[in-house]
Design a protein around this ligand. Structure first.
Ligand code: DC
Length: 222
């Protein structure tokens, strides 16, 4: 199943909760674009140099182990989560050769008993045949407020207006790029989470999965 949506829509949290409830595997595709951005930055590659960034994507040596993410053997799980890393990810993600370099890697991640794939183009490009597709949305203001709270809770000082501007800039880039722009798949179920709490969203997503895959529900006693 796939969960797509803009940054701050709660995809990551919902995908993790749904994965746990189902006992399935998870693919956080945004982490891959964040890794490419970080690897390029560390190698001194200019993010506007599309050929060099694409080469970084093709030669990426990243590993996902026990919920941690390693780049060239170093644990970068936290380093890839900053706002700068998110913005850099959005920039490298607009390069078509970067996207094609990561395509097989993502498809090879599909495994039994099932995969929850979270990103921007999971239902449209990477897994067009997925049995359940969710597009999780929320207003830009609400997404910025959630992100603001998350950062504050971590003790990171941020400016709410600056955050709204950054989110809008990232949305604009992700929605308007020429390859795999952020759009709901035609057969996606759209959930607007602006007024919903996480539990309600998780319940709706699980309901959609149990309808499409009754055996997943049986396993979970439903
Ligand atoms: O989900 P995230 O915030 O970790 O993603 C970071 C950036 O990576 C996002 O702004 C756009 C890009 N991305 C993408 O283009 N396609 C994906 N499937 C996932 C992320």
């Amino acid at each position: 199943m796939t969960i797509d949506g803009p940054s701050g829509s709660g995809k990551g949290t919902v995908a993790a909760r749904v994965t746990q409830a189902l006992g399935w595997h998870i693919l956080d595709s945004g982490a891959l674009y964040r890794l490419v951005g970080l690897a390029a930055q560390r190698a001194g590659v200019d993010l506007c140099d599309t050929t060099a960034v694409a080469e970084t994507a093709r030669t990426l040596t990243a590993k996902f182990v026990d919920g941690k993410i390693f780049l060239d053997g170093e644990d970068v799980s936290l380093a890839i989560r900053t706002e700068t890393a998110g913005n850099n990810a959005s920039k490298v993600a607009a390069i078509p050769e970067v996207r094609s370099a990561l395509l097989d890697w993502q498809r090879n991640y599909a495994r039994l008993p099932g995969l929850v794939a979270d990103g921007r183009d999971m239902g449209t490009v990477v897994f067009p045949d997925a049995g359940v597709k969710i597009f999780l949305d929320a207003s830009a203001d609400e997404r910025a407020r959630r992100r603001y709270k998350q950062l504050k809770d971590k003790g990171i000082d941020v400016n709410l207006l600056g955050l709204i501007a950054e989110i809008e800039e990232r949305d604009h880039r992700d929605r308007n790029r020429s390859v795999a722009p952020l759009v709901p798949a035609q057969d996606a179920q759209i959930i607007d989470s602006t007024q919903l709490d996480v539990d309600t969203v998780v319940d709706r997503v699980l309901q959609a999965v149990y309808e499409a895959y009754p055996e997943a529900g049986l396993k979970n006693g439903i």
